[in-house]
Design a protein around this ligand. Structure first.
Ligand code: NI
Length: 137
């Protein structure tokens, strides 16, 4: 897609801080950094606007915890329409890592995430908010 050049004016102090940010984040040009900021904002808008999104839910739990594995399995079956794939890794004798890849409306994904996160015995649970990429072309 052709690129369009435009001018931005902003306070020097803000630009200096932005340039520091570019260095830390290893951006080669301001343009690439600004493109990423725009994309990040558009993705956050997709999530806050209940759009169709993709993401992943990562959790760690102890499978010896009473009825926990069963509860987590039932939750995943209740939300099977959102779940593309689940990967389970046995970290050690007690702990399991599970990554659930999801696609669907953001509100439903968030419901699934909060349900898993609040399940007693789940030690840690993170939601990664990503995008189908369609709106970023
Ligand atoms: Ni396991």
């Amino acid at each position: 897609m052709p690129k369009i050049r435009f001018t931005v004016s902003l306070e020097k102090s803000l630009l200096d801080r932005f340039d520091e940010h570019l260095q830390l984040q290893k951006y080669q040009t301001r343009s690439e950094a600004i493109r990423d900021l725009i994309r990040e904002n558009l993705v956050m808008e997709e999530w806050s606007g209940n759009q169709e999104v993709v993401g992943s839910i990562t959790m760690v739990y102890n499978h010896h915890e009473r009825e926990l594995s069963q509860k987590l399995l039932e939750t995943q079956h209740d939300y099977n329409e959102l779940i593309i794939s689940t990967q389970h890794i046995h970290i050690d004798h007690d702990n399991c890592l599970e990554v659930i890849i999801v696609r669907g409306h953001s509100r439903a994904i968030h419901d699934l995430f909060t349900l898993i996160k609040s399940t007693p015995g789940v030690k840690q649970c993170e939601l990664t908010r990503s995008t189908t990429g369609i709106a970023l072309e």
